[in-house]
Design a protein around this ligand. Structure first.
Ligand SMILES: [Zn+2]
Length: 205
């Protein structure tokens, strides 16, 4: 198995260098991605592949069900580096339909540590219970919950001191919420983008 993987890597490396001889030397010198992607660990949603991006074009953080915990040092460290050092312009929170983490959060059976991790999704499900029960079946409720989790994630990223500070210093960063369809390979914009005026508009209301 591992030998297969290493052989695939050798082929990929050779093909990439054939297409662009200085590809690896250029990337080794510096990465300058425009995007920071926060997505699910699901093997079917690899950021570079589904967004059609090359190595070097997207900085990535993934966890189970793309949950934004405001005290997650792993996520916050990556976010801070992306914003303050890489100066990314677009932060993308990407969920997906058919998410096992979202499904687990809707089940009444124990999942061990995952139940702690997925607690924000359970809380969202309770908050939006009246809306979710309008949907005809559990699959549609889970799909809607996956969308709500993304929208909530965008808001949580926007509320971090990292983004607040960056916007105060004039950084033109936007945070977008996307959802990916496993069945058609398409990314959809959930139209919940927030940008530099986020705190201004919040203060005005
Ligand atoms: Zn998932």
């Amino acid at each position: 198995m591992l030998n297969d993987l290493l052989a695939r890597n050798r082929n990929w490396s050779a093909e990439r260098q054939e297409q662009e001889p200085d590809f690896f030397t250029r990337l080794a010198a510096q990465q300058a991605p425009e995007y920071f992607w926060i997505g699910c660990s699901d093997s079917r949603v690899p950021a570079n592949v589904v967004a059609g991006l090359d190595p070097g074009e997207v900085f990535v953080h993934r966890n189970v069900a793309n949950v934004i915990h405001s005290s997650d040092m792993n996520l916050l460290s990556a976010l801070e580096f992306a914003v303050d050092t890489l100066h990314v312009r677009e932060v993308i929170v990407c969920g997906h339909y058919g998410c096992g983490g979202v499904k687990a959060a809707t089940e009444d059976v124990p999942h061990g540590l995952a139940d702690h991790w997925l607690e924000p999704i359970r809380r969202l499900a309770r908050s939006y219970a009246a809306d979710l029960t309008q949907l005809p079946d559990i699959e549609q409720r889970r799909e809607r919950l996956a969308e709500l989790n993304v929208v909530d994630g965008v808001r949580r990223v926007a509320e971090t001191p990292i983004l607040r500070r960056a916007w105060q210093h004039g950084a033109d960063i936007r945070i977008h919420g996307l959802i990916y369809g496993l069945k058609d390979g398409r990314l959809r914009d959930l139209d919940c983008t927030v940008g530099p005026d986020h705190f201004q508009s919040a203060d005005a209301t």
